[in-house]
Design a protein around this ligand. Structure first.
Ligand SMILES: CC(C)(COP(=O)(O)OP(=O)(O)OC[C@H]1O[C@@H](n2cnc3c(N)ncnc32)[C@H](O)[C@@H]1OP(=O)(O)O)[C@@H](O)C(=O)NCCC(=O)NCCS
Length: 286
């Protein structure tokens, strides 16, 4: 027998244990206590527990992202997989059923993951490529697409992002939620936000740490590739990482500069959700 309940901060060690057992040792995963606390404060985190031993055997979370519900994580302890626990947890996290609109996730390639999300009403789209490489091998974008990158605080970048993504309309609550995501992406560093400018016009906004371009919203297709390159060139570390939609026009440029594709997830969304292929995404937060 398994029970499902809303998680709290006391579940952080169990979530870490499950995540490590599944090989999730990196930042922005369940083994990162800061990430789980961020989800507890900004989304809905649930766990599955055995009735007999009161032991936590699975966890998952959903979070609002630009008016849509994003499934950020769904993980079942390896000893308890393939017994309906993942499906049961998903039904609690998304209780309105497969017809509920405005939902998305980035699915792993585990054989049970994509079928679970497809039954929940999501359709698969492009792969989200986890890429890494040496940014010093990238040529600075020049010519008509010459772009300037301003490093700014998280709130300023979030507000520019919202203007770009919503073509001028920005709801106050959405901006404040997005600013929290930006603070998380930048790990609280003072100039973790960035705005890419063409002349006097912002064309992209995002967030970065010293070695990761965590997110980039780019309004126009023609600036998408040069904006990513310009943003990567401002990072401190030479070895950098980012996650890109397979059809993003910069993928080929990065591969030509020696970047690698280390892994990939599959984007999945309800049919009403437009996941733009010209953005840089964070697999956990969107
Ligand atoms: C993916 C995961 C969350 C699923 O949870 P689970 O408890 O193992 O899965 P469930 O038993 O609830 O359901 C899986 C369903 O997929 C079906 N399934 C499994 N492999 C399948 C395949 N190759 N094709 C079609 N369906 C398949 C199963 O038959 C089952 O459906 P059923 O209950 O109607 O028979 C879990 O296996 C897990 O944590 N995997 C490792 C981490 C991971 O990749 N997580 C996903 C992150 S996006």
């Amino acid at each position: 027998m398994v029970v499902f309940r809303v998680a709290n901060v006391d579940d952080v060690p169990a979530i870490r244990r499950i995540s490590l057992a599944l090989g999730q040792a990196e930042e922005d995963s369940g083994s990162d206590a800061g990430y789980v606390r961020f989800l507890l404060s900004s989304g809905t985190v649930m766990v599955a527990e055995t009735v007999s031993g009161s032991s936590v055997i699975a966890w998952g979370a959903v979070k609002q992202s630009r008016g849509r519900s994003m499934l950020t994580d769904l993980f079942v302890d390896p000893d308890h997989q393939a017994r309906g626990v993942g499906a049961g947890l998903l039904r609690r996290l998304w209780p309105s059923g497969p017809r509920e609109p405005a939902r998305f996730t980035f699915s792993s390639r585990h054989p049970a993951a994509l079928p679970l999300y497809a039954r929940a009403g999501l359709v698969p789209g492009w792969p989200l490529l986890y890429m890494s490489g040496d940014r010093t091998r990238l040529a600075a974008p020049d010519g008509p697409a010459h772009l300037e990158v301003r490093r700014v605080d998280a709130a300023t970048a979030a507000s520019a992002d919202m203007q770009l993504a919503s073509a001028g309309y920005a709801d106050v609550a959405d901006v404040s939620r997005l600013a929290a995501d930006y603070r998380w992406w930048g790990r609280g560093q003072p100039h973790s936000g960035l705005i890419v400018i063409d002349g006097a016009r912002p064309v992209a906004a995002g967030a970065a740490t010293r070695n990761t371009l965590a997110h980039l919203t780019c309004a126009e297709g023609q600036n998408a590739a040069p904006a990513v390159i310009a943003a990567l060139l401002t990072l401190d570390a030479p070895e950098v990482t980012l996650c890109l939609p397979g059809p993003h026009p910069v993928v080929r440029d990065l591969l030509e500069a020696g970047f690698r594709i280390d892994d990939f997830d599959i984007s999945m969304r309800t049919p009403d959700v437009d996941l733009r292929p010209t953005w840089v995404y964070s697999p956990g937060i969107g």
